[in-house]
Design a protein around this ligand. Sequence first.
Ligand code: ZN
Ligand code: ZN
Length: 363
Amino acid sequence: MSRYAARRDKLRRAFRKAGADALLVTNFTNVTYLTGFSGDDSYLLLLGSDDILISDPRYTTQLEQECPDLETEIRPPGVGMVETVAALAGKGHVNKLGVEGNSMTVALGEQIAGGLPKSQLVTTVNLVEDLRMIKDREEVAEIRRAIWQAERAFNVIRASLRPERTEKEVADELEHQIRLYGAKCCSFPSIIAVGARAALPHARPTDQKIGADDFVLIDWGADGGPYKSDLTRVLVTGKIPPKLERVYRVVLSAQEQAIAAIRPGVTCHDVDQVARGIIGKAGYAKNFGHGLGHGIGLDIHEAPRLAAKVHLKLEPGMVVTVEPGIYLPGWGGVRIEDDVLVTKTGCEVLTTLGKQWEDALVR
Ligand code: ZN
Ligand code: ZN
């Protein structure tokens, strides 16, 4: 059985448990996870025993290449998706059709309900997302590749950082390098934030020059197609600001100790608290305003989130970022982010770039 068929099998058990006798997968990333099909605009309908990918003629050839074993229903021009879903569900005698509550719009739900007057819609939540949390060996290998691409690209731009270059130019060069190392693109728009702009956790690159301050925060990742990586490093490009070194060492210690706490059975909350405790003790509790990390995989942000309110226990195969930060408005910020695999006995840091204070010093 292919890895995709095995996933659909697991999912079939899950939606039956949720009270549905069929499931319509409308989240395109979930469709990819369950079939290997990398296009979009296509839904997957899981019936009692049949799995049907509903697509349109633009994807006929791609579907033959990417999922030759899967039954497909290619909608002819003029035949709508809802119509097709209703016809297939009717033919399959579906009484309770599960739908994906996380992603389906109210409008689509109403249209499908209208097309299936004899069936009941059952809203399901996180069925595929829960499966996606645990990565298999191939998925981990693909994440490692996306990390490798991101790290090689970073090393190139690190070596060529010049004071006269702008944040935007560095971001463009980083993206170019990521592609040269074989990635499809960046996994999200890179953050290149000089000095005070590093206080904005989601700063977008501007025309600010690298030389405008003594340090720069870089948050980037590669979309290896389809798996993604996500890293952050701070580089000191000018003279060493003593305050930066103090803040950096607090963040590094929070990150290292949080990683040391990661193992199966520990909750996301607990890991978040380790980092938060260290940052709080140093007097920066109010300056760490986001969760400690998030899952990565087909999406750059996915379950599980490492956050105070998440009491889910970590399990082997989960891949999460660990990215504590301290942000001081008007001065700047430090965040250090690595990608970590939960293993049977603890964890493995998949990222390999140095992150000690000395590693941050460019010249
Ligand atoms: Zn990041
Ligand atoms: Zn992140």
